[in-house]
Design a binder for this molecule. Structure first.
Ligand code: PMT
Length: 409
């Protein structure tokens, strides 16, 4: 069920007695790592309170189509786009009829019409209503529109009748929702990435840094999420928006990055050190701005530098270490120096990056790299950082899997 990790589930609750089971369903989906948002019809609110479902999902419950306040938060079209999957559970005969006929009279039916995400229903109603030709025709119409139908189960109903129409149990529904998503390369894996430059303060207004833009690391973070991983990105100061579904931790200096990496290490399967960490920092940060002598044109200033901690090595040295991938930014003997860093820093893989060429490496949108392992060398020709990040993540996932077994279900 790791397939639900990081997935966005929109749960539509319509007005049937089975609405009380939605509470347990939300709990199960959230436990599997899904981000759950709930939309309730007016009828659903007669059976269970929005407050209960809000508390369990940890998100505000959406109730009305024409609520200006709610629209100012996450509007209905935004909500339809947000979802990776929509599940209507319970789905009454009425909501099924509306969905089958493309009606959009309230928020839930509007979302079902507007979304391009897979849509699923869990019918729940009296057996007579379920077996009625109209309901059967409507369910068939929905199946033709690729709506997945979970259940219903047979048995004794709330009204005392016996027959088909009971909503499936929350455990079964959670399984069916997970089945909507296939297992991806890094499903259920936790990936920690460093990116961008670090800034090492000299005084309150000056610092030492480098030209890293963060583009390579942000592309890697996005590619790892696409591959199903939960991603934490520890980033130096960069001018980039946070990619979707990524836990971003901002830092300035190498020492802060070192601390943030180890604070977020728990449960990490794969660590990728893409940051251009400053190797040195000023031995002392001046409390006040350093003033120049206006009368001495030949004045010089010496700043003593001390070594920063080597972050990627500190991760590779952990007793319970993740799979560790480093980068090597070099201007000459690129593969030779990268292979040396691979061994010296005890890495599983290293990505060799020639930064002597202005068109690739630092700041540019493109790159050209070679991934090296002990017994392995894979050159990747010039392409956008987005394309290369996907290729790197694929190689990393394959090598990780061959050492640690297949991904989690
Ligand atoms: O950010 P962009 O503009 O997109 O540019 C991408 C990039 C060129 C920064 C990136 O592709 C890259 O090559 N990153 C590594 C830069 C670097 O610092 O390389 P290095 O050879 O100095 O370091 C080797 C490895 O040790 C790296 O994984 C680095 O993150 C790590 N390191 C270095 C020093 C230190 N104190 N701690 C570290 O963890």
């Amino acid at each position: 069920m790791q397939r639900l990790n990081n997935k966005r589930v929109l749960l539509g609750v319509s007005g049937g007695i089975a609405a009380y089971k939605s509470a347990e369903l939300i709990r199960l989906l959230s436990k599997q790592g899904a981000d759950v948002r709930v939309v309730m019809t007016k009828g659903a609110c007669e059976f269970i309170t929005p407050l209960t479902l809000q508390a369990l999902s940890g998100n505000p419950v959406h109730l009305d189509l024409l609520d200006a306040k709610a629209e100012a938060g996450m509007g209905h079209i935004e909500l339809a786009r947000w979802a990776d999957v929509i599940l209507v559970a319970p789905a009454t005969a009425n909501i099924i009829a509306q969905m089958a006929n493309g009606q959009a009279g309230d928020l839930l039916t509007t979302l079902c019409l507007a979304t391009s995400a897979p849509t699923c229903i869990a019918p729940a109603m009296n057996q007579g209503m379920y077996l009625d030709e109209a309901t059967q025709t409507n369910i068939e119409l929905l199946r033709e529109k690729d709506v997945r139908v979970f259940g219903p189960a047979d048995g004794t109903q709330a009204c005392g009748d016996v027959g088909p129409g009971r909503m499936l149990e929350p455990e079964q529904l959670a399984e069916h929702v997970a089945d909507v998503f296939s297992r991806e390369l890094l499903t259920g894996r936790k990936v920690l990435i460093t990116g961008g430059p670090t800034q090492e303060a000299i005084d309150p207004v000056r610092y030492i840094s480098n030209h890293s833009s963060g583009k390579m690391a942000f592309a890697l973070a996005t590619a790892a999420v696409e591959a199903g991983a939960s991603v934490t990105l520890v980033s130096g100061p960069v001018n980039l928006p946070t990619p979707d579904r990524i836990n971003r931790v901002d830092i300035l200096s190498a020492r802060e990055m070192h601390q943030a990496v180890h604070d977020n290490m728990k449960g990490t399967d794969i660590f990728i050190g893409c940051a251009a960490v400053c190797d040195y920092r000023p031995a002392e940060i001046m409390k006040d701005k350093i003033k120049k002598n206006p009368d001495d044109p030949s004045e010089t200033l010496e700043i003593k530098l001390v070594k920063n901690p080597d972050i990627v090595s500190s991760v590779a040295d952990l007793k319970e270490r993740p799979f560790v991938v480093g980068f090597a930014a070099e201007t000459q003997n690129v593969l030779g120096y990268a292979a040396d860093k691979l061994r010296r820093k005890k890495l599983d893989l290293i990505v060799a990056n020639d930064v002597s060429d202005d068109e690739i490496g630092f700041s540019s949108d493109n790159n050209e790299i070679t991934v090296l392992g002990d017994d392995f060398e894979e050159p990747m020709s010039r392409a956008s950082k987005t394309v290369l990040a996907r290729k790197i993540v694929k190689v990393v996932a394959q090598r990780f899997e061959s050492e640690n077994g297949t991904g989690k279900e």
